[in-house]
Design a protein around this ligand. Structure first.
Ligand code: FAD
Length: 347
């Protein structure tokens, strides 16, 4: 049976599910609250170049993820290796606390920005993706079909609705959608999922790109045990990013949680100070911006790749089912879509 399927969320999980279901012949529409696909594989523009202010790189451990990268035309040109495996660990004064270990595992980034992979995979879906469309409620009608509500619009006639959004947002959407959607068993399990926030800072030093002028450390990426900062990466070291000296800095999960309600300017001042301590770069950046991710890194996952109820057509997927990585989100979206395909064959 061919199904009419709504997918909420155009991150890698939602787009993987959408492509798999569309390739199997189902009618798919994707609803995304932001301006375009990508989700937390995101790229922020600035006058000095882009910043990957969400996912920094991704691994390719699952053979199905590897196959998708090889098989979808144009994807191998977008996914480029990046030397994040030279990562070292810094102490709070910026000294190398643990030397870089050569990892056998390749690390990849999408080129020219992290959102390029999801955008490329989303392209064939064309007008089936509704950007700037935040779904606020679901409603199941008498014939068993679902209607999706935004603040001022409805989209009706779906056999299935798949939520490819972070766990807290998925739980809130199910709760807002009445008894039919608010499965107590699911909500209890989702309540145990723990996802840490992350304050991220983006800084640019265009003057440092003048010939013979080099500021900052020799390394391009580092983890740190500084209480404020957990990760730093030189954007300009990634393939296809342009030469202007730019850094993306991620605060630690504990510090981010402690400062979750601080103002941008307060967070910026504190992170800049810690950045200077770790890198030795004390110059005033020409561009500084911070971003607060409320749901950044899964600490405790659900433990199964997806949730799916063929009886009412609801499903959930996303990284938080399995872990905190891009490829966890890919596997989750893929396995939910395959479960829907199996069930549709039996109808
Ligand atoms: P998302 O990418 O979050 O996609 C969900 C989408 O749903 C979003 O686009 C959102 O706008 C949309 N949405 C939400 N609610 C609604 C609604 N009501 N209506 C419509 N749309 C909605 N992973 C790695 O592998 N390596 C890393 O180095 C790494 N670093 C990270 C650093 C940071 C700061 C962050 C935030 C994440 C990092 N990750 C990393 C994790 C990785 O980004 C995620 O695992 C992956 O992108 C999650 O994909 P997803 O599709 O499950 O969810």
């Amino acid at each position: 049976m061919t199904l009419n399927i709504a997918i909420i969320g155009a991150g890698i999980a939602g787009i993987t599910a959408a492509r798999t279901l569309a390739n199997a012949g189902h009618h798919v529409q994707v609803f995304e609250k932001s301006r375009g696909p990508g989700g937390r594989m995101s790229t922020r523009e600035s006058n000095f170049g882009t910043f990957d202010h969400g996912a920094q790189y991704f691994t390719v451990r699952d053979p199905r993820f590897s196959l998708a990268i090889q098989a979808v035309p144009g994807t191998t040109d977008i996914c480029r290796p990046w030397s994040a495996n030279a990562v070292r660990v810094l102490d709070p004064l910026g000294h190398v606390f643990e030397a870089a270990r050569a990892s056998k595992e390749a690390h990849f980034v999408a080129k020219p920005g992290m959102n390029a992979l999801v955008r490329h995979w989303a392209e064939p879906l064309g007008k089936a993706i509704h950007n700037n469309t935040k779904i606020t409620r679901l409603e199941r009608g008498a014939k068993g079909l679902w209607t999706l509500h935004t603040d001022n619009h409805t989209f009706a006639g779906f056999d299935h609705v798949l939520l490819a959004i972070p766990s807290v947002q998925a739980a809130n959407l199910l709760k807002a959608s009445g008894k039919e959607a608010a499965d107590a068993h699911w909500l209890k399990a989702m309540g145990a999922v723990d996802v840490a926030p992350c304050w991220t800072m983006m800084v640019a030093f265009p003057n440092a790109t003048q010939p013979n002028l080099h500021i900052g450390p020799q390394w391009n990426a580092a983890r740190s045990i500084h209480h404020r900062i957990a990760w730093l990466a030189r954007e300009s070291s990634k393939p296809g990013r342009g030469k202007v000296e730019r850094w993306t800095v991620q605060a630690s999960a504990a510090w981010s949680a402690e400062h979750i309600n601080d103002t941008d300017s307060r967070v910026q001042a504190k992170l800049l100070r810690a950045f200077a301590e770790l890198t030795g770069i004390r110059a005033e950046p020409a561009h500084t911006q911070v971003h607060r991710w409320l749901y950044a890194k899964t600490i405790t996952p659900l433990g199964v790749s997806h949730q799916y109820n063929p009886a009412n057509g609801l499903g959930t997927c996303g990284d938080w089912h399995l872990g905190h990585r891009v490829e966890d989100a890919f596997v989750s979206g893929l396995e939910l879509a395959l479960a829907v395909c199996q069930s549709a064959k039996r109808l």
